[in-house]
Write a protein of this length. Structure first.
Length: 334
């Protein structure tokens, strides 16, 4: 009886313990955002857990936050070249790559959910698919509108003329130039330092980045005028995707696409609201808006940027129309 019990225990142990061949495939994820930040705590921790669980334990996603594996400038290329299996970053840092996709950077009244859903639809309709066809896009996202965080008050166009303002996206830089200021192209990880050193007097960035990058420590006047946006991607290396077991590919598919893009957009909108309201309560900070007549002066200049973008972008008119249609569809509950 003891022998049979021992055989039974060994048999159960062999069934319960996976063989080396059954060990999960570890995927290297270049998150690029700071460890413990809102993108991890409010989105990626849950998203990774869902994918791993739905994959039946066939994959494990190893997160590399910040610039430990890739940074916001090279994350796409690092994934394309196989240094990372997955990457999350922004499109604006890769000049000349996401030309049609840069429609998301134009001034509009779209929030994160609306822009993210519309951005995915552009890809799905084939209007921007060629810009992502060397990887497997999982979902896309757009931040709420960019506003200007400054070190001194600006209440009219004449105040901003000649000021150096940082921008992370080309179209935002074009808008700043139209306003008569001098755009300084940078990326999110450099914003704090160049503000602290007074290389620039302000930074054009959505509210999602203010507390995340501690911009409230180096700016105190927040001009809430919507001058455009920025956004990014979650992509996977093509060879990595092809080698995954079917159950793992299905798990990624179930947590990707239009629905995932909109869901991430909802998270982004919540973060923007939270950071705005947190800074609103801080002593020494001013939340400013332009007077209605002054705002119309600024918006007249924005229209020129939109017109120029359409003229300079291949198929620009169709892409802009489709993006606006996508925003309307999300608003209609689609």
């Amino acid at each position: 009886m003891k022998t049979m019990a021992l055989i039974g225990a060994l048999t159960l142990a062999c069934v319960a313990a996976p063989s080396l061949a059954d060990e999960p495939i570890t995927l290297r994820f270049a998150m690029t955002a700071p460890a413990g930040g809102w993108s991890q705590s409010r989105w990626f921790d849950g998203w990774i857990a869902r994918v791993e669980q739905q994959s039946g334990g066939t994959v494990k996603i190893q997160m590399y936050p910040g610039s430990t594996l890739a940074n916001m400038v090279n994350a796409y290329d690092r994934t394309l070249n196989g240094v990372a299996d997955l990457a999350y970053s922004i499109t604006g840092t890769m000049r000349g790559k996401f030309v049609g996709t840069s429609v998301i950077e134009l001034p509009s009244d779209a929030n994160g959910k609306e822009g993210s859903g519309a951005m995915w639809q552009l890809l799905e309709r084939g209007l921007t698919a060629s810009e992502f066809n060397d990887t497997v896009p999982l979902y896309l996202y757009v931040y709420p509108q960019t506003v200007i965080h400054l070190q001194k008050p600006v209440t009219r166009l004449e105040d901003i003329k000649g000021m150096k303002i940082g921008a992370t996206a080309k179209v935002s830089a074009d808008v700043i130039d139209k306003l008569g200021a001098a755009p300084i192209t940078t990326n999110p990880t450099e914003m704090y330092e160049i503000l602290q050193r007074h290389v620039i007097s302000g930074m054009a960035v959505a509210w999602t980045g203010v507390l995340s990058f501690k911009l409230h420590e180096v700016t105190n006047y927040h001009l809430n005028i919507e001058i455009g946006s920025s956004g990014g991607y979650m992509v996977m290396n093509k060879e990595t995707h092809a080698k995954l077991p079917q159950v793992a590919r299905a798990a990624f598919a179930a947590n990707s696409g239009y629905a995932a893009s909109k869901a991430f957009g909802v998270v982004i909108d919540g973060v923007a609201t939270d950071q705005y309201e947190t800074v609103l309560k801080m002593p020494g900070h001013t939340q400013a808006r332009l007077a209605p007549e002054e705002k119309r002066r600024w918006q007249a200049l924005f229209a020129g940027v939109v017109d120029q973008w359409v003229k300079d972008t291949p198929n620009g008119a169709a892409i802009l129309a489709a993006y606006r249609d996508g925003i309307a569809q999300v608003r209609a509950g689609m």
